[in-house]
Write a protein that binds this ligand. Structure first.
Ligand code: ADP
Ligand code: MG
Length: 245
């Protein structure tokens, strides 16, 4: 479904991502791991079009999408949920998801001032699938951090992606919220047939849900493989699993 080849991106003259390679198969849950500053968030933004790579290729379903703007990549079926919560905090939960659904349907944003009913059903279905129905009418800024992370994910689902990219989906969550998020991710792949690419610091979580893992260090892909190969790889143990962070 997705192939990333030799992706490179610098900020000023600092190479944040260099030699990033990644393959994601249809229906898989793939994790990217690596210490803070390894380039995981930058890689995700490069894939989703929020940053433009200087070198390398992003191939999605056989099509070269390298450097396309985010709305075009989104339309092709890639949704990105950011590491830092990125919701309209003064809109309700319902309105936040509805904006995403309407933007996907290419409707206007007139609903903010009028009472027309399009996208209500779709929005409610998405809120239901992530378990946010009970807080649908709350102002988003008043939600707990964990609920806002789930809302962020619901917004990404509003554009009906085939590939959903989640940047640290459980960052800052309580153990209970984390375990709910794990079930949610598993359910989305099983029930909606989504393919998921995520990065995460919690290794227990990574090894619990990922079917495939890519390891990054200083912007470079060290290895990608099955969890058992990653766990037993000496380079990975030295670079990451046994080390700091
Ligand atoms: P990770 O998500 O793995 O922690 P990031 O992709 O956020 O890593 O960052 C990789 C490196 O690029 C870090 O050294 C970070 O400071 C730098 N970086 C990320 N975004 C920017 C930016 N917009 N401007 C300058 N440097 C950045
Ligand atoms: Mg990050």
């Amino acid at each position: 479904m997705l192939r990333v080849e030799g992706l490179e991106k610098s900020f000023d003259r600092f190479l944040a991502v260099k030699q990033a390679n990644l393959t994601v198969d249809d229906g898989e849950i793939v994790a990217v791991i690596g210490p803070n500053g390894a380039g995981k968030s930058t890689l995700f933004k490069l894939i989703a079009g929020h940053l433009k790579p200087e070198k390398g290729k992003v191939i999605f379903k056989g099509e070269d999408i390298t450097g396309l703007p985010p709305h075009q990549i989104c339309k092709k079926g890639i949704g990105l949920s950011f590491q830092v919560v990125n919701v309209f905090s003064r809109l309700t939960v319902f309105e936040n998801v509805r904006v995403a659904v309407l933007s996907h349907q290419e409707k206007t944003f007139k609903f903010l001032s009028s009472a027309h009913t399009s996208a209500v059903k779709e929005t409610n279905e998405i809120l239901d699938s992530v378990g946010l129905c009970s807080v649908s009418n709350r102002i988003s800024g008043s939600l707990s951090h964990g609920e806002q992370k789930v809302l962020e994910m619901a917004i990404a689902l509003g554009t009906y992606p085939q590939l959903l990219i989640l940047d640290e989906p459980t960052a800052g969550m309580s153990p209970e919220e984390t375990s709910n998020m794990i079930s949610l991710i598993n359910r989305l792949t099983r029930e909606l047939g989504l393919t998921i690419l995520f990065c995460e610091h919690d290794m227990d979580l990574v090894f619990a849900i990922a079917g495939n893992i890519m390891v990054m260090q200083q912007g470079v892909t060290i290895i990608q493989g099955h969890p058992e190969d990653i766990r037993s790889n000496v380079l990975v143990q030295e670079a990451y699993l046994g080390g700091a962070d």
